[in-house]
Ligand binder design. Sequence first.
Ligand code: ADP
Ligand code: GLC
Length: 488
Amino acid sequence: MRDKTMKVLQVSAEIFPLLKTGGLADIAGALPAAMSATGCDLRVLLPGFATILQDLQDAVVLGQVATPWGERFSVRHGRLASLGVAAYVIDAPGLYLRPGSPYEDAHRQPYADNHRRFALLGWVAALLGQGLDAQWTPQVVHAHDWHAALAPAYLAFSRERQRQRVASVYTVHNLAYQGVFAPQHFHELGLPDAAFSINGLEFHGNISFMKAGLFYADRITTVSPTYAQEIQTPEQGCGLDGLLRTRRSALCGILNGVDAAVWNPACDKLLPFAYDAHSNAGKARCKAALQAEMSLAAQPRAPLFGVVSRLTEQKGLHLVLAGIDELLARGGQLVVLGSGEGWLEAALREQALKHPQSVAVRLGYDEALAHRIFGGTDVTLVPSRFEPCGLTQMYGLSYGSLPLVRRVGGLADTVVDSTLEDLAAQRANGFVFEEFTADAFTRALRRAFALYARPDEWAEVAKRAMQQDFGWKASAQKFLALYRQVTG
Ligand code: ADP
Ligand code: GLC
């Protein structure tokens, strides 16, 4: 019976559908329902960004909290209307109510007070662990990514003020974003001096929020089994592989799921036509609609490739640029939705101008268009340099847009190449390449064209992809088991 009331506080900076810059939000938005289904009593703690405050219903002020650097803010408790989940929200307008990105100013520079803005998230998590809400104290604080990573540290240093030991779980969504700050800010964080050491959050003379999470959490998870191994190597450890190796008995990879309430072509209101694995006439109509919307040539038999991505180095999109001539020469079309680094945006835009019938590029962030792209394309390209889990390849699979990916991180755990062998074994669900080179990418493209030229086999692979189960059930059970372990 105890599991029914396992009290978990989920701490993250983003949550879909209220605030999203990447996959973290999708996961933070899906976990509450997934964990409730296992019987957990999960509540969320979030910074008071405008969209989050607006969504908070029946809010009461729990109390004022004093920050370590001497400001005072109130914490509100209510229910997020869009998610139907109990929430604590830090009402700190001076810190969170800024136009644009939650992390950066208009010049794409990180805000100078990000250490305070996100330390406060961990600080309030630890206060909830000490009874800030007299009605509800978490048994487990589950913190996500560097923004929430001071929570395990604050919990570790407030044990004597906890009525019952509050356990911590820290999930790494991307080791490359670490939240590193100059050492002079350490005194603002309200941690004992001992924390600023190699056995603590000190990292090459700076403060690392990520390291705090990795060092102080009772358990560490990351978002795919392969990434859990990769981050223990110097190549992918971002300087933290040594620490991760010493903590390997506390580390595991739990694959992200797909939220079927949001990503399901059979009932996706953002798609012009519905379809599923058994009747996919709607998919062809989605493709025609996408070609029309993007002013691409109306060619039902031109393989349509899609990219929905942050345009950063991580995502390996220069490989797509390198392969574009071959893609077009073979009669393919390409649609890209993304935003990010200027040079990539410019290079993509140039391709669209050069080939208006075959290449369409939309720069910016557009949730609804992302759905239409998965719905309308034949192939989803994810040629990442590294990829902790990756969600777009799973959305591609669910929407019958076969993923073409590099064998790395969560991509390696979810996509099986269409080799003759794996086709025969009825395992293939996409296209996979190994080396991070234009040549390897282009050869995978050729495999995609080769399969596309055999419509029956393509249809079989697409059907298998769409029938795969990437639901949250299995992963939610793994989190529950982990919460049980840490609460002993
Ligand atoms: P990451 O978190 O590294 O960006 P993921 O594949 O885990 O990569 O998640 C990316 C999420 O962000 C997906 O939900 C994807 O559809 C969405 N996304 C990325 N770029 C855009 C964009 N420009 N417009 C709309 N959605 C986007
Ligand atoms: C990160 C990773 C991505 C992962 C997402 C959700 O942003 O880059 O691979 O899918 O978090 O866990």
